[in-house]
Ligand binder design. Sequence first.
Ligand SMILES: [Fe+2]
Length: 475
Amino acid sequence: MTPLTQFFILPSLLIACSSSTFANPSKDQQHEHHHDFRHWEIASPDPDRIFLTFHGDAATRRAVTWRTDTQIHKAFLEIAPALAEPGFDRFAKRIPASTEVVDLGKTKGSNKSKVHYHSTIMTNLKPDTLYAYRVGDGKQRWSEWIQFKTAAQTAKPFSFIYFGDAQNDVHSRWSRVIRMAHQTAPQASFALHAGDLINKANSDTEWAGWFKAGSYLHSQWTGIPVVGNHEYISGGSAKESQRKMSMLWQPQFTLPISEGLSEDLHETVYTVEYQDVQIIVLNSMKNTKEQTKYMEQQLKKPGFNWRFLTFHYPIYSPRFRGKYTLPQTTRKEWQELITKYKVDCVFQGHDHAYLRGQVPMRSAPDKENNQLQTLYVVSVSGPKQGRPEPQHIEKYKSEGFKPIRVGANTQFFQVIEIDGDKMIYKAYTTTGKLYDSAVIKKNFQTGIKTIRQMIPDTEERTFKNTQNYSTDNLK
Ligand SMILES: [Fe+2]
């Protein structure tokens, strides 16, 4: 296709394309674009950025979101139970999608870089069943068929992945983390991203890198995205009441809207119920006080053997973060609820270092303190690395927090396995080496948990015993 034909058929592409694609770009075009776009950043009629999310009952429902250019006005999803024969799709069901226009140009003060985001919800799925789906225009422009499995209706062993901040240099240096996570736990049911997925909230280029790094994994693992300060304009530096979320968050992730919460929290505060596990996702950036009530409502819901929390700003940070922390009153309220309901584990991000610690059961009778109340983890999956501060960590001892394993200057991912009354926690480095591990055993009748530390016999990773990495480009 010649450039002229492209111009005629795909005006939106022309706007988004780099000056190098066209021989004689206008001055306006040269001015508007700060870099050469890669082909995978530019929307086309073919679906890209396909992302699978939870949306209500994990055994019977999922949501899917994807992107195209503005030529595609009507989009569809097709779904069928996955069979081994190639004709599995003969009786595929077709579901229409809703389409939303997003004007990327708005972030540059112009009005001309429109793309379409499409989304739809799959309902009435059978529990514990492998499905195949594809998305497209209903004619020629389809994605590949993508397989995923619904949750069972009762407890059954499963695993999931948890990532700390990807945030910087994502396309280049986070891709190996998510891919090694997949190699390590290929059967994982979902992946939790604990905030700061990118650095600049509205940078479509950075989001492009995040989607490209994860590629098809984003469409076959169900994702649990959590907002961090970098999903807010200027890294969340504004006052809580004035923070503005990324204009791309809601279009590109289709997430539950929790009843009774203010609009500012829609699609950032929600609960995933996966078999016998409850995962409460909170937004540590906005209306945090409002979420205390929501958290308690969720924790009061009966019927779960395991309860996890995830949010970006940690309760126990490996280093001092100044104003970039949870407001003190919120922190206290959340801590109290965690204690009251004996939340099993809290997955956090933000500090660009690794810290796993625990708060023992208050009335633990044994001196070993192996009776656990809550396990707290801060982790990092991207290349930006901060220095843990032992004196800062020490301060938390007065609150009953006991640090167990620290790590620095390393990209991590975690695999969590739930197997009946056992939770197996494992932290790996991006080279696939086990760095930290623990097994929690829980008596569901009494609620009493014991923890066995299974830390590999390897030295703590510090800035001293690892290679330096220039952070000049990560500011
Ligand atoms: Fe952060």
